[in-house]
Design a protein around this ligand. Structure first.
Ligand code: GAR
Length: 192
């Protein structure tokens, strides 16, 4: 397909969501292609997965850099690669308002909770401790407010007796891998 939307993926770690986005992009009718995987962590395991898939990578540690300076470097890498749409996939660094404004409506994030519940960290533990019957994950458009912005996809899983944060995270992760490629494709179709 000639006119696929060019996607840049930002990661900080293992990159399993990124891998699910790459796998989906290999389908013949997928409306997006991943042209760059960038990270604030040169040790991120996901970088090797991207390289093995033949995708260009960019990695630079954020330590010692001002947020605006670091974000502007990432912005430059994304724009040089001709990126049109950004997918945050376990990118564990808050983006500056300037960066987000520069990509208005064109950044998606996957978050392991049923937003608007449990923004921020330790979502699985917080859902268990609250005694919730259900947990899940959400794909949302990124706005300058943390883990805010319109939710475009969500999946629910039960919280089972004896669940630990890890067991719950595993159940939710399987859903993340299912809904994120679908939501990204839906967004890409709108931009085409
Ligand atoms: C995923 O569970 C993702 O939802 C979460 O980090 C994990 C990354 O895993 N993201 C956040 O908590 C963002 N606030 P992955 O690197 O294997 O995709």
């Amino acid at each position: 397909m000639a006119d696929r939307v060019r996607v840049g993926v930002l990661i900080s770690g293992r990159g399993s969501n990124m891998a699910s986005l790459i796998a989906a992009s290999r389908e013949a009718d997928c409306p997006y292609e991943i042209v760059l995987v960038a990270s604030n962590n040169p040790e991120a395991a996901g970088l090797a997965i991207a390289q093995q898939a033949g995708i260009a990578t960019f990695a630079h540690p954020h330590k010692g850099m001002k947020r605006a300076e670091f974000d502007s470097m990432i912005d430059g890498a994304l724009r040089s690669a001709g990126v049109q749409l950004i997918a945050l996939a376990g990118y564990m660094r808050i983006l500056s308002a300037e960066f987000i404004t520069g990509w208005q409506g064109r950044i998606l994030n996957i978050h392991p909770s049923l937003l608007p519940l449990y923004r921020g960290l330790d979502t699985h533990q917080r859902a268990i401790e609250a005694g919730d019957a259900e947990a899940g994950c959400s794909v949302h458009v990124v706005t300058p407010e943390l883990d805010d912005g319109p939710v475009i996809a969500q999946a629910r899983v039960p919280i089972l007796p004896g669940d630990t944060p890890d067991s719950l995270a595993g159940r939710i992760l399987a859903e993340e891998h299912r809904i994120y490629p679908e939501a990204l494709a839906q967004m890409a179709r709108k931009l085409r």
